[in-house]
Design a protein around this ligand. Structure first.
Ligand SMILES: C[S@@+](CC[C@H](N)C(=O)[O-])C[C@H]1O[C@@H](n2cnc3c(N)ncnc32)[C@H](O)[C@@H]1O
Length: 303
């Protein structure tokens, strides 16, 4: 089972990406007209006791020891782009989940929940059960911080510590998920890290566990994740953590989630994230090759 797979905590390997995106949400929360207000994000970063400053406000920068010429600028450009993207995707997925709950979906599954604080910051009420799935080490860290700050979920929050390459469906069932009722699923910042067969298994299992009226929201990155893995700015800021971004994402080819969900009979809608950003009055910054950072934000419903 999970012994076969690499395990990480919140400051190592893929676990560190959960801290990175939380820091991005914290920064976004201090912008004018923020797209997300996540007071938990800075608490998680502080509790992780990072070896060097992880910015949680717009006036903070990543501390680099002796950067090569130009690298500090690349770090700053990467971070500006990353924090705006976190705002955009957070707002987009908040809206999808809020709408699903308002439409009567009372089970929400956060796949690879990481430090997602929706169960604490969105007001869904006790009739909504939120299942948070991630590796045990990540969830233990998160629970320690939530407990230390006396966090009170607005819903029935259930933590499911399991690897998504293992039999996560059994763990979800054991935590009380009811496949006869509709579910809202979220795969935010997850799919690039899964091997292709695990992504395929994930989507098939979601389909099997989804009653009519279920909703899924996910991100598909085409080239952007590969490019990020080789972004000098990103590599420079993850280096003090011993994290090499070039090896985090799975390089395996896979069928894009939107196409796979369509094949499985879901009603799929895809938005290009730069367009979503412009709808919020934002621009996503450029990548080093001058192209705009982009992903597809996919939502699908099961009839
Ligand atoms: C970029 S973070 C995103 C976290 C969260 N969804 C968010 O947007 O704040 C990626 C998360 O995926 C989780 N993850 C990646 N592969 C996983 C796997 N095989 N099993 C469980 N969790 C996984 C990591 O532990 C990490 O928390």
């Amino acid at each position: 089972m999970s012994d076969q797979h690499e395990q990480w905590d919140i400051v190592s390997s893929i676990g560190f990406t959960a801290l990175l995106v939380a820091a991005g949400r914290a920064v976004e929360g201090h912008q004018d007209r923020p797209l997300v207000d996540d007071p938990w994000a800075a608490r998680f970063v502080a509790a992780a006791e990072p070896p060097s400053t992880v910015p949680v406000r717009p006036d903070q920068t990543w501390e680099l020891s002796d950067p090569a010429p130009g690298v500090q600028d690349e770090v700053d450009a990467f971070w500006t782009m990353m924090t705006s993207y976190q705002g955009v995707r957070s707002r987009f997925f908040d809206t999808v989940l809020d709408r699903a709950v308002a439409d009567g979906v009372h089970q929400v599954v956060l796949l690879a929940a990481g430090l997602d604080a929706r169960a604490l910051r969105l007001v869904w009420g006790p009739s909504v059960t939120v299942f948070e799935i991630d590796q045990s080490g990540v969830m233990e860290f998160k629970d320690e911080v939530v407990d230390a700050h006396d966090g009170r979920p607005t819903c029935d929050r259930r933590v499911v510590g399991v690897d998504l390459r293992d039999d996560w469906a059994a763990a979800l069932r054991a935590s009380g998920h009811d496949p006869s009722k509709p579910t809202a699923w979220l795969a935010e910042g997850l799919l690039p890290f899964l091997p292709a067969d695990a992504q395929e298994q994930l989507l098939r299992t979601i389909d099997q566990l989804s009653a009519p009226g279920s909703v899924i929201a996910a991100e598909h990155f085409a080239d952007a994740i590969g490019m990020l893995g080789h972004h000098r700015g990103m590599a420079a800021l993850t280096a003090p953590f011993g994290v090499d971004p070039a090896v985090l994402a799975s390089p395996e080819e896979r069928t894009p989630a939107a196409r796979r969900l369509d094949e499985l009979g879901w009603d799929v809608a895809t938005r290009h994230s730069p367009d979503v950003a412009r709808g919020y009055g934002r621009e996503l910054g450029p990548m080093p090759d001058g192209t705009e950072f982009s992903s597809d934000l996919v939502t699908a419903t099961k009839g």
